[in-house]
Design a binder for this molecule. Structure first.
Ligand SMILES: Nc1ccn([C@@H]2O[C@H](COP(=O)(O)OP(=O)(O)OP(=O)(O)O)[C@@H](O)[C@H]2O)c(=O)n1
Ligand SMILES: [Ca+2]
Length: 506
């Protein structure tokens, strides 16, 4: 339509309005009916498509770690459990006391220890969902070590745990030991699932998990097709994408076992006193040799004729501590093109990494979670912390458990050595690590990945594109309604019945 014609139409409309005012009974009635009809159309359409109040399904996973057990409750929209819904952590409960492997001599107590958190779970999950809520228990390095040491004892612990869990109204799916490979791979799935990287096919994030008895590294290497070491390779097809994951779990390289290794290294000659650079000056404790060597990670290193106890004394020297820590790694033998340590194959590091569990606890306590801070500064800060007298440390942190508090200097030194000397992070690539506890409200760890896998909640192929979301539907209906309304007004304006039939007001 030309500008002239358009201008003409407007003039026509104005003239018509002047001749035939709009507020005649007929036009008012038509307009009111039209508006009511449109409002009704929008209301019905919106109400009809209003999302129904969300109903959820639940899943429970118990993480039976070497140092402690934690229970996690996950939930997801009931109608979307086949792939499109998001699974999120609803609740967590820390079991009081130590890990289940510490009850080797009194297995029934391992089962008993879970009761409080399980009773909590009964309250957290709606009663009508209890019977269909899957319940899993996965045990990691503590039970792996117990199994190596005494498989009868580890079986008894599992039986006791099983007996205890079966008493609850959930759908019990079993208690089992995870392999180190599963632990690493499911940690990687959790991190990337929570970050929405899998569904969107984005570049994935590597996962670094540090526990009490083992540690895992998992990432997708660049241009990495076939591993030189098949035992370190896990392949996944998720949402239509293939992933070749490198993963390795180092048993005995969790922070509690490495502390034993470091102490064992310093007590080779069986002295009655250890002057330890990894503990604060003024720290002084009498410890038991049999407790120190009571683990398959160090049992073969027990010195002949060692006294019953030794005196563990702090020196607070970070540089020397690093030397002690380096001694727990073996960097000499490697039969592959490249290794991390202890002769284990590791391809070149690639991409961003999320470091969780004890990585986070330790670095958070030390105020060192900011990886944009240069490594040299990180080391200077840690050196200062290590040199701080023990009584001052206790005074500054009365709220923190003394056992944890005493070990942060050692743990910080171990983490930095593991990352740089062990995994080969450089001062540049150190900034690609993020120390994390939670992602979008869910804890980082292997449990969510484990449950997603066992419930088949991540499809191998990409799901069909989702239907129009509610907000989109409302917008489209509103725009159409407004369009109809505008056309209706224009129609009224231009094609109203001839004015001759209307009474003229002169
Ligand atoms: N606030 C905290 C909590 C825990 N820890 C330490 O963190 C380590 C345990 O980490 P966690 O991830 O809980 O290990 P587990 O899962 O129990 O062990 P694993 O995975 O090896 O079975 C222990 O050394 C514990 O002393 C810590 O330093 N500060
Ligand atoms: Ca763990």
């Amino acid at each position: 339509m030309s500008a002239q014609r358009a201008a003409g139409s407007l003039t026509d409309c104005r003239e018509m309005k002047e001749k035939n005012p709009w507020h005649t009974p007929v036009t008012i009635s038509i307009t009111v009916i039209g508006v009511i009809a449109i409002v009704a159309l929008v209301t019905v359409a919106v109400l009809q498509n209003k999302p129904v109040p969300q109903k959820y399904k639940y899943g429970i996973v118990l993480d039976a770690g070497s140092s402690h057990t934690a229970l996690y409750i996950y939930k997801w929209p009931a109608e979307k459990d086949n792939n499109t819904g998001r699974v999120e952590q609803e609740h967590s409960c820390k079991v009081k006391g130590k890990g289940i492997s510490s009850y080797a001599e009194t297995p029934w107590q391992a089962g008993e220890s879970l009761t409080e958190c399980m009773e909590d779970a009964v309250k957290q999950v709606p009663t009508k969902r209890h019977f269909e809520t899957p319940l899993y228990l996965g045990a990691t390095a503590g039970m792996r070590l117990l199994h190596m040491e005494n498989s009868v004892a580890s079986d008894k612990v599992f039986q006791a745990v099983e007996k205890s869990l079966q008493k609850f109204p959930f759908s019990y799916q079993g208690a089992r030991m995870l392999s180190g490979q599963e632990e690493g791979a499911f940690g990687w799935v959790t991190v990337n699932y929570l970050d929405d990287r899998l569904k969107q096919g984005l570049e994935t994030t590597g996962a670094l998990d540090l526990g009490g008895a083992s540690t895992q590294i998992s990432f997708v290497p660049k241009n990495y097709i076939i591993s030189e070491s098949p035992s370190n390779s896990v392949t996944f097809r998720l949402y239509g994408n293939d992933y070749n994951l490198y993963t390795h779990s180092f048993l005995c390289y969790g922070k509690d076992q490495v502390l034993r290794l470091a102490l064992a290294h310093q007590t080779k000659s069986g002295p009655g006193e250890i002057a330890d650079p990894c503990f604060h000056p003024g720290y002084s404790e009498s410890k038991n040799y049999s407790v120190l060597y009571d683990s398959p990670c160090v049992s073969d290193r027990k010195p002949q004729g060692a006294p019953v106890t030794f005196h563990h004394k702090g020196e607070g020297n970070f540089q020397q501590c690093q030397e002690v820590v380096k001694n727990v790694f073996n960097f000499t033998s490697c039969k592959y093109s490249r290794c991390s340590f202890n002769g284990v194959f590791q391809p070149p590091l690639h991409g961003q990494f999320g470091a969780f569990s004890a990585y986070y606890y330790v670095m958070d306590f030390l105020n060192l979670t900011d990886t944009s801070v240069p490594l040299t500064t990180v080391k200077d800060k840690l050196a200062k912390h290590c040199a701080t007298p023990w009584n001052q440390i206790i005074q500054q942190h009365p709220e923190i458990h003394v056992k944890y508090l005493a070990e942060y200097c050692f743990s910080g030194a171990y983490i930095l050595t593991l990352l740089t000397e062990g995994y080969n992070f450089t001062s540049e690539s150190y900034s690609s690590i993020k120390f994390i506890k939670k992602i979008k409200g869910s804890d980082a760890g292997w449990t969510l990945g484990y449950m997603l896998n066992l419930t088949n909640m991540i499809p191998a192929e990409a799901p069909d594109s989702p239907p129009l979301p509610h907000a989109g539907y409302v917008s489209i209906v509103t725009v159409i309604a407004l369009l109809i309304f505008t056309l209706f007004i224009i129609f009224l304006c231009r094609f109203r019945p001839s004015s001759s039939k209307q009474p003229q007001i002169v």
